[in-house]
Write a protein that binds this ligand. Sequence first.
Ligand code: PMP
Length: 295
Amino acid sequence: MSRVAYVNGQYVPYAQAGVHVEDRGFQFADGVYEVVAITDGGFVDLQGHLVRLERSLDELRIDRPMTRAALSVVLRETVRRNRVRNGSVYLQITRGAAKREFAFPAGIGPTVVAIARPLDWNKAAANAAKGVAAITQPDIRWGRCDIKTVGLLPAALAKQAAKEAGAYEAWLVDEKGFVTEGSSSNAWIVTKENVLVTRAPSTEILSGITRAAVLELAKREGLKVEFRAFSVTEAQAAKEAFVSSATSYVIPVVTLDGKPIGNGGPGVVASKLRSLYEAHAASHSTDWQAPFIAP
Ligand code: PMP
């Protein structure tokens, strides 16, 4: 099957798709992105992702290249042309290409790129069924983790450490010993009293769109939720732990730095939240979609 990428207004063959060598995304990580899941040909929580994207652009004073409706058309068309029924679509917008200077150049327009690729949801489901291992890593990221920038080097280093340790995810830990979030997911625990705990939205974490949906689903189930930081020790002593993200939905974490959490298998609450989120994703709900929760 021939793949295509969207690059600045055109759909081009994947092998030939490229941006300028002086694109500021390439030189300064001066750009933002979103990843939206696709199930059975439909987007999952698209609106929330687009709202967060606009906020990321605004925070960095990158011009919005087009309306939210026009961006949706680009994403839909990228998915259609690549015949992706189950997978994800990646959208990246940078400040644009210009002679390399740190300050914002005048008179340039943003670069817009979109690619779609298939994803085997069964693999995520299999991970969820047995639960995954996580390790901890120091959170060495910058002070605006609420902006979804393409500056992902600390996240890539943490994920590589996890991979080398045979783990699925790295939980990032602040200077006080509290978990901020995963390298590419939000982190949650369930206390002995069945209370869900996840860090409050702030500049220290990315406010996940999946997390927002899971919060809503949890509240509908009558579960109590606390927005607060938790330590590595508290997580290891918790009843359950899990991660949430657009391409993994909800996945139980069953060991942290080798220590079993709860009974060492996927917990009841995480498994329930996963099945609720799967149903929400499959419904391609237009009644409600996860909002973006601003810090
Ligand atoms: N935190 C970080 C650092 C992430 O990279 C991601 C996934 N992009 C998330 C949280 C989860 O966000 P979402 O649910 O919107 O995918």
